[in-house]
Design a protein around this ligand. Sequence first.
Ligand SMILES: [Ca+2]
Length: 497
Amino acid sequence: MMPAIFNLLPEPRTALHAATPILGFITQPLRFCALLPLILGSTLGAAETPSAAKNDALKPNIVLIFVDDMGYGDISPFADKHKTPQLDRMAAEGLKLTDFYVSSVACTPSRSSLMTGCYAQRIGMGGAVVFPADKRGLNPSEITLAEMLKTAGYATGCFGKWHLGDQPEFLPTKQGFDEYEGIPYSNDMWSEAGKPKDKRNHPPLPYMKQDKVIAHIPDAASQAVLTDALSDATVSFIQRHAKEPFFAYVPLAAVHYPWFVTPARLDAAGGDVFAAQITEIDQLVGRVMETLKALAIDKNTLIFFTNDNGGGGKTFSGPLRGGKFGPDYEGHRRVPTLAWWPGGIPAGRVCEEIGTTADVLPTLASISGAAVPTDRIIDGKDISGLLLCKEGYHSHHDILYYGDGGVRQGKWKLVSILQKGELSQELYDLEKDLSEQTNLATQQPDRVKAMQARLDEHTAELKKNVRPAGLVANPKPLLPDPAGIPTLAELRKLTKP
Ligand SMILES: [Ca+2]
């Protein structure tokens, strides 16, 4: 066994790429090479780590950008509402995924699913989002993407809106991230929120570095620099970890309400604050691509760009019906998604196969060589064949569940709405009617019945096999009193030239 594996050792990355223009083939060497640190560690010892590090270079670095509440049609690879040249470039040089879905909807459930490869209901994180000083959070016994990638030798960082529990036990640094900077929950859970509509009277919104509160966000000036602060933190992490495999998870608070940008950005966008936020996100993506290029690690870095649920507020769903607040029309769950990896993904591809956010964990396991947990149910599937544009690849998703509110089988889509005990069902042909305008349910009762039966089976199974959320006793606000703590705007003036 050993000699066969060691034969793969000297295969340099450049030769690998030169020899394998069809990129699906790259997955096998990557998987084999990912085993090497374990083997080297056990047979050669710590003195040989430079050799192990060399082999690590075959794994892609991963930057996972997770936007909040953006609509399917808000970026120009998907519709013409706003111009996003950097995302256009990302699509032109990479892959556009037209049929990519969130496995769970709303900030907390969606992040829970992305982090664990499971439906949020499976891990007790479905339903409501978590609030400041909530007793609930993602159970530390769950294995997150970061914990998984650490076993494959990745440095891990989270820069953004965590929203999986703000108590010390639930923070990113306790869930596999070496580094954390950002806000522990949503940017609309802040003190200003008490005026005039939100009566919850939230504690001050902290901005954190690792487990410490280093600033707070009490005003428009601090909200306006949040994306810039996260952009700086992400770029710094990439620069500091350029020589080892790294995983940067960037869950942006934008474009979730409330919308604030700097006066300069607002001017540049002709006074349209939402357009300015879309541009801000676009510029962050461009900055990450330029940073990777300057460090000469662009060819070995995957940027995966997607969004946490359908568009809310001023967003545009493009050709899709619906948005963030349901029911389960396509605009509720289908999210604009791009993948860029110049050394791994062919340029200018479009993929119409189905993928989901729960698939991200098993897929990144496949390309990094990490192992997917086998002691528990993982709902996601390895779609690396889709990501790498493998010839003839077809999605594992012969059926796709939209929570308990819908199901898709190929081109057929059932929207199932239960209201006050009344079930209404709508059937659409997505191939002919992507905008879900012509309900064919009465014409195809047998299909509706069969699809509803599959949906009911799925819902029943999910209720049966649930793991608990994390719960703490006596939760407390992270920042009960902001006295002596700078605002984020002040902090940036102090620390930026
Ligand atoms: Ca959201």
